[in-house]
Design a protein around this ligand. Structure first.
Ligand code: ATP
Ligand code: MG
Length: 226
């Protein structure tokens, strides 16, 4: 069974009478343990596709399966639980909660459904991402790159089966980008986590098994790396 499967995904936005076809029928299938880069020009639909694969947004047409579960057949509540357990999402714009510290932000996904060890798990992953000295800071009190790493910590703290990351290294210098990719690689190799990374960065794509190219809402090319 595929970790991620999308069937003929279409997404149409209506904006002030104008129809925007962001996705025009995207099908893809990603195996367990695969790491895939999603590339393509700005506006080609990368974020839209990731949001739909992650159950954050619904397609106009088509179906999405994660570990065989059809996301569109779940109620909102069941979907929220499913996402918390199985999907780690890194947003292009990180959406940390401003009232909470970095540590609290990362503890939240563990606490939401009463899983144990939130503090230890959050501290461990923040340490791996080089943020041990920023645990008590609020997001507004740390740099953009630190916020982005905290958002990555929050996405992976529950050890999801699938990580969907939208330009996770967009705000990072090459050293920190490498740190993030090492964590993704480690989860990929050790836990067989399937990972999709939207990126404009060729070097990031080099870490991946496959590169999917989106252009104007369709997959234009697939490059398989050996
Ligand atoms: N909420 C929305 N309402 C209307 N149009 C939208 C909305 N969200 C995205 N779009 C449009 O859909 C298309 C795809 O946008 P998307 O954000 O998926 O692109 P992207 O590939 O992630 O770009 P970038 O590389 O700049 O992040 C764009 O033309 C965009 O303007
Ligand atoms: Mg985007």
């Amino acid at each position: 069974m595929e970790a991620i499967k999308a069937e003929k995904i279409k997404k149409i936005y209506f904006l002030e009478g104008e129809k925007i076809e962001a996705l025009k029928g995207v099908s893809l299938s990603i195996e367990k343990g695969e790491m895939v880069a999603l590339m393509g020009p700005s506006g080609s639909g990368k974020s839209t596709l990731l949001h739909i694969l992650g159950g954050i947004d619904k397609p106009t047409e088509g179906n999405v399966f994660i570990n065989g579960q059809n996301l569109l057949s779940l109620s909102d509540k069941k979907l929220a639980i499913f996402r918390n357990k199985h999907i780690g999402f890194v947003f292009q714009f990180h959406y940390l909660l401003p009232e909470f510290t970095i540590l609290e932000n990362v503890m939240l996904p563990v606490q939401i459904y009463n899983r144990g060890g939130a503090k230890e798990k959050a501290e461990k992953i923040l340490r791996l991402l080089g943020l041990s000295h920023r645990l008590k800071h609020k997001p507004s009190q740390v740099s953009g790159g630190e916020q982005q790493r905290a958002a990555i910590a929050r996405a992976v703290v529950n050890e999801p089966d699938v990580i969907l990351a939208d330009e996770p290294t967009g705000n990072l210098d090459s050293k920190n980008a490498q740190k993030v990719m090492e964590i993704f690689l480690q989860m990929n190799k050790e836990k067989n986590v399937s990972i999709v990374i939207a990126t404009h960065d060729r070097e990031i794509a080099e870490y991946c098994n496959r590169i999917l190219y989106l252009k104007d809402g369709v997959i234009e090319d697939i490059i398989v790396r050996t």
